[in-house]
Design a protein around this ligand. Sequence first.
Ligand code: 48F
Length: 259
Amino acid sequence: MRESHISRAIIKYALRDLEELSEVDVVVVGAGPSGLTASYYLAREGFKVLVFERRFSFGGGTGPGGNLLPRIVFQEEARGILEEFGAKYTKTEYGLYVADPAEVVAKLASRAIDAGARVLLGAHVQDLVYRTDPLRVVGVMWMWTPIHEGGYHVDPLYTESRAVIDATGHGSEIVNIAARKIPELRLEVKGEKSGYAELAERLIVEYTGRVAPGLYVTGMAVGAVYGLPRMGPIFGGMLLSGRKIAEIVTRDLKQSRPS
Ligand code: 48F
């Protein structure tokens, strides 16, 4: 075994993959529960899906459970999705279900990847790409997280896509960037409200959708954009929102031909 071969194998195949991923059907920003769920359903439809996750791990806010206690809660409406992902759950006396966050994260990620989604870990989406006439979002600009966090002035790389999904959670980072840097889109980010679990779970799914041509929002980012209440460690809405955005993007992409 030669050390140079270890390096050559990594460099050659990683660069080949990155070149191939410079243009995709759908970019999902964030590998939390909503982003992974959306990625699974979109990849299953046959779309080329690339997930950017700035951490070196999956799951976003799922892994830490509720206040670091290793259980997360789901309601009846999301049970079918848990079953589709093969995650075990237990029915409680409260009419709610509990599941193991580590298992849920592992299964969401592995099913999304098995369906064909690619995930880049340690990759931070820093900006968007847009076009005028017609006005639309057509991709993202990204760099490796340590470069971003180092604060160096390094130009990012582009990835073009037919749809960008903001699945970045409480900060709704991607819609925030669009609101700030593409004022023609006339977007406003209202900021999330305090806790009201039942209402939040319903409204997050209801408001999940397209925010601008080419730009979509799912999961907790929906709450931040539209000023909805938060729900804490109940996760059904995240899975339902992820599935809903996949349905909306699928419909839009099937209606428009690739340019
Ligand atoms: O926060 P996160 O889990 O978002 P979500 O899918 O689910 C929210 C719940 O976990 C929980 C909750 C609901 O019960 O309140 O918080 O809406 O996952 C978001 C992921 O996006 C990544 C971030 O590291 C996290 O893993 N992320 C955020 N900004 C960027 C990013 C960015 N600019 N580039 C790449 N990844």
